[in-house]
Structures are given as C-alpha cells and as structure tokens.
Design a protein around this ligand. Sequence first.
Ligand code: CP
Length: 302
Amino acid sequence: LVHLLTLQGLPRAALDALLDRAQRFAEGADARASLAGTAVCTLFFEPSTRTRLSFQRAAQRLGADILGFDAATSSTTKGESARDTLKNIEAMGVRGFIVRHVGDGAVAELAAAAEAGTALVNAGDGRSAHPTQGLLDMLTLRQALGADFSGRRFLIVGDVKHSRVARSDLHALRTLGAGHIRVCGPASLLPEDGTLDGCEVTHDLDAAMEGVDAVMMLRLQRERMEEGLVASLEDYHRDYGLDTARLRRARPDAVVLHPGPMNRGVEITDAVADGPQSLILRQVANGVAVRMAVLEALLAGR
Ligand code: CP
C-alpha cells in the first residue's frame, strides 16, 4: 500500500490485515517506536474534529512527529494552491499526509504530485471516499457482530447522496461479504450513479428496520446540499429520524452507528444516540486504533 485513497478495490486480505492490526491496537498493543523520526502532517482544507484529532492521537501513539495545518491561518488564504501547500510541507521533510478536501478526487491528485516515499491518506474528499471511517465502522461492527458478516443484515439510513462515509462503508461491507445491505432515505438523497448496486433500496424507514443487525445512520449534509432536497428538518425527522420506537423494530441486539457529527433531533434522537445500543463513541475510540494501523502500514520502515 503506497497511499490509502479509497476502500474500493482493496482486497479482502488487505482489509482484514488492517482490521486485525487495529484490533490489537484497540486492545492496547504498544508501537511507540514504529514511526519514531517520521514526520506527518494533518492537511485539512475542510473542518474536522474526530478524524483530525484521532489521526494526531494515532501518530503520537506511534512515536511520530506531528505537524498541524490550519487552513484558516495558512497561506491558502492568499491564494496558494493545495498542491503548492503539500509540496512546500513535503520539502520540510514530512513524509505522511492526512488530507481532507472538499473536491472529489482532490486527494488522489495530490498523491500523484507527491514524491516517491511520501504517503497520503484520504481523510475525506467531497462525496467520494472516507476510507478510515469505513475501516473504523467495520472494526466496530466486527467487535459487535463477529467477523463473519455473511448472515447479517445491515441498514444504511439517510443522506447517501452526499456521503463519502456511506460510499466507503458500502465498499467495505461488500468486500467483507455482508449478507444483506439495505439502504433507506428519501429519493432526493439517494444516488442514482451505481453506488447502490446490489443493495435493497427503500424509502420506508419503519419497514426497513425490520430484522436488521446494524443500523448505520448518516448525517444530513446540509453544507453539500442544493436547496429543496429536504422539505424541512421536521419532516425529515418524522420520516427518517431514528428514535426508540423505530429501533424496537430491529433485532433486539441490533447496534446503532453514526459517524458524527450528529444532528441530534434530526437524523437521530438523544435517547438512541446515548442509549445502550449505540456504538457511536466506540466508533470514535476505534478511530484511533484504525488510524494507527493505517499509518503504520503506510509509513513504518520507509
Ligand atoms: N466522522 C468524521 O469524519 O468526523 P469529523 O468530520 O469530525 O472528522
């Protein structure tokens, strides 16, 4: 693995190896020396709390030197391009870049401009991919359901159209042999570009909840949305919000995931988000372990 740009096409063996290693980190495995002397930069051109800080935490636990980058106070405000920004930080000896960008494919373009020996991780590009979110979601599901997904039923709910998380989750679920993937949302928020090929698609959340093992809620991505795709937040909550009554339709031991940040009271109620079936903070904890596994795989021994 030279860069991690997407989970699409990543072989099952590579996915399993990253998840196995992440599981060991989640259990406390120590790797303080593995990135000693390696400098990594969190190069975020879009806001983030979980991804940026958990990559920084992961890099710390591996012994790396970490450089933060604040777009708002950087020379991008004077018109410097993302490519020039990367190349200048690379010239300082930084060899690992964790990059978030609003543009679909922007991280892959930056990876093409990097020197041999520099590794980029896509920390979210446009609507396209958020591979470490997909990995941490799979680790969380594996811990809850076991590693064999073949007899399991997964439900993804909400704004799939604008969601790089949903795309990376779908790539990983298919590779890991998920038994059944159901996707539910308003027609205006479901893509028609092949993203949902092989999934059962429905617009009725009450029916969609029946018999599922895991419910993966998505944030309503209002910052990427044209006007009018959703009538009102109240209507969206009524039709697609996950509350305790709806959750009772799923299997009794079903688990609930959400990548964060949550629009509480819109796609998910407080009672579900903070309830006993929620794994939302476990996802965040697993994010550090997964990002350690990814940084180690890309950078250790370079
Ligand atoms: N899930 C996620 O990517 O959260 P942040 O935007 O806070 O990084």
